[in-house]
Every structure is written in C-alpha cells, then in structure tokens.
Design a protein around this ligand. Structure first.
Ligand SMILES: [Zn+2]
Length: 258
C-alpha cells in the first residue's frame, strides 16, 4: 500500500515537473542581447565550424588585451571561475532568466562575483588570453539551457560561418534602455528634476504607468512599494523617479549608470 502510493506520487511529481519545464521554456522569449563591448566600439567577430562549441564567436581588434568587456544583457552572475591554462581560462557566466545565459572567456581579469545583479553594459572584466588561447581575444557564447545558440546582437544574427565587422549598440541610450511600471498605492508618483526628493516636482505619473528607464543613478534613499532603495531612474531629460516605486522585474540595476 505504501509502496504503491509513493510510486504514484513520484510519477505525478515528475509529470508536473516536465509540464512546468515545457511551459517555462515556451513562455520566455530570448533577451535582446547586445555586443559585450561599450557603445560604438568596432570589433571583428569570427565564427567557424571547428569552434567549440560550434556557435561561439571570437572577437578581436588591434591591441585588445585589457579592453573592457561588458554584460550583453541584464542578469545575475552565476559563474566566475579560473580553469588555469586550459579551456576557457578565466571566465564569467551571466544568467538572464528563461534558460538564457551568456559566457565570456579567456578574460585577463574579472570584476564581478557570483550572485551579483548586473545591468546591461556593466563592466564584468577585461579581454585576455587565459586558458587554451594563443592570443588575446574574447570568446563569447549565448546559451539556451546550457547549449550555445547562434549569436544575435540587437535582434540580428551574425555571420555563420566567417568573419564580420560589428559595431556595439550596447547601452548607447536613445530608444534602448529598460522598461518599468510605476507601482504606488494609487497615489500619482512625483517626477523630479533630479535623483532626490529635494529636487523640484516636474510632473506626475499614474499608478501602472509604463516608463522607459534610460539610465540609473543614486540619490535620496526612498521607501516604497518595492522596498527601500537609493536608486533613481532617469525616464527623460531632467525627469527622475525613485526605483522603490518602479517595477522592473529585478531588485538590482537594469540600465546603465547615468
Ligand atoms: Zn573561441
């Protein structure tokens, strides 16, 4: 009796898990990844059939050793590891949710730690030649459930197979940036001219209003719907709202520093 009941429970649990994982992967779209370099930089990207894993890209430019590597999308750092003189050498993995992650390898140095929330465009390390590398370059992967996918930047797939010249649009401002939703107890939220409660009120936003967060900066600490935070979101020229009243889906930063 006990044995049969346990077996039934196990099967039900497995069926539920299988259903949940199918549902989870179907519901999540890929993040819009940007190049892992600061806005405006031009890099040669190379793909090749004998690359491991095959869908990876290697980036080079002149004198690139020590150049800054940045997060391709917002996320949480899941791996910071040094494999010594083999494989990826010093590498970082960022988890973007929905099974998606990005990997940055052969780094000279890293400047993030496991569990850290990073905004898109945040510096995570520098280009190097650690691990199984014969010269400085950045090895980059976009992974779904651990498997490297063909690379897309700003929604467009790069050349497979071969080399191309690519310009980073990572955190360039303009139409980019993160989206958020104003969350209050129903009272309209003051929009301020700067990142603090002492700045003048230049407008107001209704509960539920959608905003585009161009960048984030620190200012007056505010306690609101989403906890206490000193982060302020710039939603336009001379227009700031406290992050404590902005739902972004992340407790950390979601946009570059102002
Ligand atoms: Zn590579």
């Amino acid at each position: 009796m006990n044995v049969r009941r346990n077996r039934f429970r196990t099967r039900s649990a497995l069926a539920l898990l299988a259903f949940a994982s199918l549902f989870g992967s179907a519901a999540q779209a890929a993040p819009t990844f940007q190049m892992p370099f600061p806005c405006g930089q031009v890099w040669e990207g190379q793909t090749r059939t004998n690359h491991s894993p095959q869908n990876s890209v290697d980036f080079n430019r002149a004198n690139d050793e020590g150049d800054t590597v940045v997060a391709a999308a917002a996320g949480t750092v899941s791996v910071v590891r040094n494999l010594g003189s083999t494989s990826y050498g010093k590498y970082v993995v960022i988890d973007h949710g929905g099974g998606w992650s990005t990997l940055y390898a052969h780094l000279n140095s890293y400047s993030v730690s496991v569990g850290q929330n990073v905004a898109i465009g945040k510096s995570i390390g520098t280009v190097g030649s650690t691990g199984g590398s014969t010269g400085p370059h950045l090895h980059f992967e976009e992974r779904l459930n651990g498997a490297a996918q063909k690379i897309k930047f700003n929604g467009a797939q790069i050349a497979y197979w071969g080399s191309g010249s690519y310009t980073s649009r990572n955190s360039c401002g303009g139409s980019g940036g993160a989206t958020g939703t104003v969350g209050t107890n129903g009272t309209p939220l003051n929009v301020r001219s700067g990142p603090g409660t002492t700045y003048s009120v230049v407008g107001s936003l209704a509960n539920g209003a959608k905003v585009t967060i161009q960048c984030q900066t620190t200012g007056t600490s505010v306690s609101g719907t989403y906890g206490t935070s000193n982060i302020w979101n710039r939603i336009g020229s001379g227009r700031f709202i406290p992050d404590a009243y902005t739902y972004t889906g992340s407790d950390g930063r979601v946009a570059p520093n102002c």
